[in-house]
Design a protein around this ligand. Structure first.
Ligand code: GTP
Ligand code: MG
Length: 211
């Protein structure tokens, strides 16, 4: 009995995770290979931290207190114990008001080009700060993600509320419910500090994966 219970929570094991390539423009990335899972959201929402937590490597992806840390498209090659291979893609954050309009547009263009044209992009994880909720920028991104692409079907959208450790336990459910309502999609809770939500997020990323 107890053995069966422990197996059910053993979850996804990452055997390797390596930086593969970084590029300022979508066209400069290596050619599409295995399925890609991209992470998008406002600057500072916790994209890079969440990726480190997913692969259980503290410093694979650079994180920072200062918004605007990730300025290019960064590809990470990940192998799972069951033999599956994936690429995780860290994308520049949006909605950072202190940047000039030109700077913001300079980063938005590669991000949008990547999402619109990358045929190997299968899943987009949209991160929302659990304390701030779903904001106008996020709604625009969600609409952009669901728009038809020249390269094929729209990627599957997974919505994640980050920094759940900053909320009291009693605030978890209402926060997730509200984000899901606004995103019109189920929302998972996640904390890069405690690792809570990691298994659910992997399960959601891998469900229906082509890898
Ligand atoms: P940009 O690259 O600027 O777009 O930011 P990002 O979305 O990659 O955020 P990053 O992972 O660099 O994290 C931003 C800040 O939030 C850092 O100070 C992190 O330590 C903190 N942070 C990220 N995730 C969590 C979390 O789950 N809980 C808490 N308490 N802090 C977090
Ligand atoms: Mg980042």
């Amino acid at each position: 009995m107890s053995a069966a219970r422990s197996r059910s929570t053993s979850g996804v094991r990452v055997v390797s995770a390596e930086f593969e390539a970084g590029a300022a423009r979508a066209e400069s990335l290596p050619p599409p290979g295995c399925e890609e899972v991209a992470f998008v959201g406002r600057s500072n929402v916790g994209k890079s931290s969440l990726m480190n937590a997913l692969v259980q490597r503290r410093k694979l992806v650079r994180t920072s207190r200062t918004p605007g840390c990730t300025r290019q498209l960064n590809l990470f090659a990940v192998k799972l114990a069951d033999g599956r291979a994936l690429r995780l893609v860290d994308l520049p954050g949006y909605g950072y008001a202190k940047l000039s309009k030109a700077e913001r547009q300079g980063w938005a263009a590669p991000l949008e080009a990547y999402i619109r044209t990358r045929g190997s992009l299968g899943v987009v994880v949209l991160l929302v700060d659990a304390r701030r909720g779903f904001e106008e920028d996020d709604a625009q991104m969600a609409a952009f993600l669901s728009a038809p692409r020249p390269s094929g079907a729209a990627p599957r959208l997974v919505v994640v509320a980050t920094k759940m450790d900053k909320l009291t336990l009693s605030a978890h459910k209402p926060a997730l419910r509200e984000i899901a309502r606004q995103a019109k999609a189920p929302a998972l809770g996640f904390s890069a500090v405690t690792g809570k939500g990691r298994e659910e997020l992997w399960a959601s990323i891998l469900s229906g994966s082509r890898g």
